[in-house]
Design a protein around this ligand. Structure first.
Ligand SMILES: [Zn+2]
Length: 317
């Protein structure tokens, strides 16, 4: 049989075979129970038995919906979403679930939920890129007049000097960032935050943000930094927390990772979603370990293989 395949298709096929071999049934409840004893500061942990990154989205939607219901009845519940494909799918599912709940007049629904993008768009069109998922909330009649949403109308990465200007002066952005606004300090704006993270390979964060030749020195500073383990909400991280680097370009995000820590310490819900790298399948357990241990997040949703690696990384055989 003459089968023509591109190089990429061959690589994908081999990867799938390797993953089938690699995947052996793991006792989910046992791994989760052990992890819970090691990460006592987490008040939510979901291990999903899947090799498909998008499967995490179902659990993200369930987790966020449950937490919205816990916070209601309130006039407003404010939910911030980071970027990435899994979170985009999760927003689609959550929008459907919320619409169904309002249609059926289920109890304990917030009157006016607010959804906010945490990262600036990666595309000049506001309906594409990191905030694309927010539009799903406008596609349901039950949600149209009820749900409010906020995006950051800015490029995703700007020079340090413009970053400050952007935060302080630009209409709309200033309102989102200014501490004196009625919304309060950044860490007080959201009740629930859902953030993604990137692995050490840097495929999501470095390729997406620092791909311009002008930014090659910054890229070298990040990849060359001692103990770089990946990113949390576009902020480079080491195993000790946020990596403070002297970069010329900074990503435009609505919250700094250090705001997440303040949210966690004041009992808000910070959910970390960490599947494997979509491109090279790199695991993200080092980021989960740091983010959980150091109090940047208090809920983790990941796949079972990552969970198993996480357990192994803290209790080596
Ligand atoms: Zn990768």
């Amino acid at each position: 049989m003459d089968v023509k395949m591109t190089k990429n298709q061959v690589t994908d096929a081999l990867r799938n075979v390797v993953e089938q071999i690699e995947y052996k049934p793991i006792d989910l409840s046992d791994t989760a129970a052990k992890l819970r004893t090691k990460f006592t500061n987490l008040h939510g942990l979901r291990l999903v038995a899947t090799l498909v990154p998008d499967d995490l989205a179902i659990h993200v939607a369930d987790e966020v919906f449950d937490r919205i219901i816990k916070l209601a009845p309130r006039e407003k519940v404010r939910i911030g979403f980071g970027g990435g494909k899994v979170l985009e799918v999760a927003m689609r599912l959550l929008a459907r679930r919320l619409a169904e709940a309002y249609r059926n007049e289920e109890p304990n629904l917030p009157r006016n939920p607010v959804f906010g993008g945490l990262l600036a768009g990666t595309n000049p069109k506001p309906y594409e890129g990191a905030n694309a998922g927010l539009r799903f909330f406008l596609e349901h009649d039950e949600l149209k007049d009820r749900v409010h949403y906020e995006i950051i109308p800015a490029p995703p990465i700007v020079r340090r000097k413009h970053h400050r200007e952007l935060r302080e002066n630009v209409h709309g952005i200033a309102k989102l960032f200014t501490h004196e606004q009625p919304q309060g300090a950044p860490e007080e704006v959201f009740d629930i935050v859902v953030t993604s993270c990137g692995a050490f390979c840097g495929h999501s964060f470095l390729e997406g943000l620092y791909g311009d030749p002008e930014q090659k020195d910054d890229l070298a500073r990040i990849t060359g930094a001692k103990d770089f383990i990946g990113d949390l909400m576009w902020h480079p991280m080491s195993s000790k927390g946020h990596l403070e680097l002297d970069l010329d370009f900074l990503p435009v995000t609505r919250l700094h990772v250090n705001h997440l820590r303040k949210m966690v310490s004041s009992g808000k819900h910070v959910i970390l979603v960490a599947g494997r790298c979509r491109k090279c399948r790199e695991f993200k357990h080092p980021i989960i370990k740091t983010a959980s241990r150091m109090g940047f997040v208090n809920v983790v949703i990941t796949d079972v293989l990552t969970g198993s690696n996480l357990l192994e990384s803290i209790s080596p055989r």
